[in-house]
Design a protein around this ligand. Structure first.
Ligand code: ADP
Length: 165
C-alpha cells in the first residue's frame, strides 16, 4: 500500500528550508504531494501559479506532484484521499500555531494525522517572510533560496520598486 502524504503551505516563496523538508519527507513517504494554499485574504508576493512554478523549478523532479488548493485543508485532503499532513517545526515559536492547526484539523476530521519534521539546523531561522524582507532591502539571500527563486524575486522586487517611482 502506498501512503500519500501532503505538505501544505504558503510557499511564498519556497526556501531551502522547505526544500530540505521535502527531501526528508520523501524518504519517509512514497507519495508526497506539495499543496500550495490559495487564500485571497492573505497578501502574497507571488500568485499561486507562480508559487507552484517556483517549487517545480526548484525541485526539478517531475515525480513530485505540486498543485494549489483553495478550500479547507481537510476538504482538500478528503477530495484527494489523503490522511497525512506533513509540517515543519523550526523554533518553539512555531509550536503554538502548528499545534492548534493540527488539533483543529483533527477536530474537523478525526482521520487526519499531522506529522512534524524538525527543521534542519542550518534552516532553523529561515522563513519566507525573512527572505522577502532581506531582498526588498537589497540583501543577499543566495544561501537561503534556490537560484531560480532568487532570480524571480529580484525581478518581482524591481517591478515593485519601479511601480513606486
Ligand atoms: P504557512 O503559511 O502554511 O505556515 P509556510 O510556507 O510559511 O506556510 O510554511 C509551510 C510549512 O513549512 C510550515 O509547517 C513551516 O513550519 C514549514 N517551514 C517553513 N520554513 C521552514 C524551514 N526553514 N525549515 C523547516 N520547515 C519550514
Amino acid at each position: 500500500m502506498t501512503k500519500l502524504a501532503v505538505y501544505p503551505g504558503s510557499f511564498d516563496p519556497i526556501t531551502y528550508g522547505h526544500v530540505d523538508l521535502i527531501k526528508r519527507a520523501r524518504g519517509v513517504f512514497d507519495n508526497l504531494r506539495i499543496a500550495v494554499a490559495v487564500n485571497p485574504r492573505k497578501k502574497t508576493l507571488f500568485s499561486p501559479e507562480e508559487r507552484v512554478e517556483l517549487i517545480r523549478e526548484s525541485l526539478g523532479d517531475d515525480k513530485i506532484h505540486v498543485e494549489t488548493f483553495s478550500d479547507l485543508l481537510v476538504q482538500y485532503l478528503t477530495r484527494i484521499g489523503a490522511k497525512v499532513v506533513v509540517r515543519g517545526l523550526r523554533a518553539i515559536s512555531d509550536f503554538d500555531y502548528e499545534f492548534s492547526m493540527a488539533i483543529t484539523n483533527r477536530n474537523l476530521n478525526a482521520d487526519i494525522e499531522t506529522l512534524f519534521l524538525m527543521a534542519s539546523e542550518p534552516y532553523i531561522y529561515l522563513s519566507s517572510s525573512m527572505v522577502k524582507e532581506i531582498v526588498y532591502f537589497g540583501g543577499d539571500v543566495s544561501s537561503m533560496v534556490p537560484p531560480y527563486v532568487l532570480r524571480k524575486m529580484q525581478e518581482k522586487m524591481s517591478a515593485i520598486q519601479t511601480d513606486h517611482l
